[in-house]
Design a protein around this ligand. Structure first.
Ligand SMILES: *Cc1c(COP(=O)(O)O)cnc(C)c1O
Length: 333
């Protein structure tokens, strides 16, 4: 099966599994797990931050960040379609008592700093205290422009806001811009990275920031049930991913480009966007899109049906697979 639903479907390779099986472990709630500690050091070093904290999921890692930045009754400004706001069960509001102030993304995936400025609440008893700006990179595969990151940093400094980056796919952004991860992430106060997407680890995210910030997040992680014991078994996979699977993301980007080019001239669908490892198709044929998806499935291609179809490239999809996908799509249409 060629699975294009997400880059979360990647499975650990044989070497990764072997490292997991043989990882030195300890009780991480006591801070004793050498593999977790190595992963956290590696993530902090890569992102240019003092400290890092391993979390079971990106959802929890983002929530830890929001709760460490904001107190009860504070507010964070976030994209209307941002993962932290829209796809994490409203955790910031429910568990953090943090009010979200969502605003529309610009076309390039950024949040207009002019608009953010207008949303910052005055220091007055009517309002929640605006504390944090949360951005995402990549957004639907789109890497944020590098200049925007510097502008956002300057803006947050001027307005006394913290700056969090949901960097679930920040490695794709860095590979796209041909810069070090650090060039993107060191401008942030905190950043959450996912090991479980294109990097190919079975699970896990890492939150990075200052020592004081991570100390605070650590307390919330315990409260949310994210304190894990011999977590080195899974941290070993993340460590391997950070050491070996970043540079190869360029292959996924090239495969996405190849798919987008090959699919651009087919009647019944149109390519609306290709960015880093994602291709977005608009389905226009007359048959219901679920039938199209079924026809693809029967040919060994798994997609999520919708008017807009997102195809995600990752390490378990080869160039030959992409050729098969093009043929299957033509056939299905
Ligand atoms: C996947 C993802 C997350 C984290 O998701 P989990 O499934 O909880 O690990 C956060 N933000 C973005 C943009 C994501 O794509």
């Amino acid at each position: 099966m060629i699975d294009l639903r997400s880059d979360t479907v990647t499975t650990p390779c044989a070497t990764m599994r072997e490292l997991m099986a043989n990882a030195p472990v300890g009780d991480d709630v006591f801070g004793d797990d050498p593999t977790v500690n190595a992963l956290q050091r590696k993530a902090a070093e890569l992102t240019g931050h003092e400290a890092a904290l391993f979390a079971p999921s990106g959802t929890q890692s983002n929530l830890l960040a929001l709760m460490a930045h904001c107190q009860r009754g504070d507010e964070y400004i976030v994209g209307q379609d941002a993962h932290t706001y829209k796809y994490e069960g409203g955790g910031a509001a429910v568990l953090g008592s943090i009010q979200p102030q969502p605003i529309e993304f610009e076309k390039d995936g950024s949040l207009s700093l002019e608009l953010v400025k207008r949303k910052i609440k005055p220091n007055d008893h009517h309002y929640a205290r605006t504390r944090l700006l949360s951005i995402e990179n990549t957004v639907s595969g789109k890497p944020l422009p590098m200049a925007y990151l510097s502008d956002a940093r300057k803006f947050c400094d001027e307005h006394g806001l913290g700056l969090h980056l949901d960097g679930a796919r920040v490695f794709n952004a860095a590979v796209h811009h041909q810069v070090a991860i650090k060039d993107i992430t060191s401008k942030m106060d905190s950043i959450s990275i996912c090991l479980s997407k294109g990097l190919g680890a079975p699970l896990g995210s890492v939150l990075c920031g200052s020592k004081a910030f991570i100390h605070e997040a650590h307390k919330w992680r315990k409260m949310l049930g994210g304190g894990m014991r011999q977590a080195g078994i899974v941290a070993a996979a993340g460590l391997y991913a950070l050491e070996n699977n970043i540079d190869r993301l360029v292959e996924d980007h090239k495969n996405a480009e190849f798919l987008a080019t090959e699919l651009s001239n087919i009647d019944g669908i149109s390519v609306t966007l290709q960015a880093t490892n994602m291709v977005f198709l608009q389905y226009q044929a007359t048959k219901p899109v679920t039938e199209f998806a079924d026809a693809l499935y029967r040919q060994g291609v798994n997609i999520c049906p919708g008017e807009q179809i997102r195809l995600v490239l990752h390490k378990n999809v080869t160039r030959e697979d992409c050729v098969s996908v093009v043929a299957a799509i033509k056939n299905a249409l």
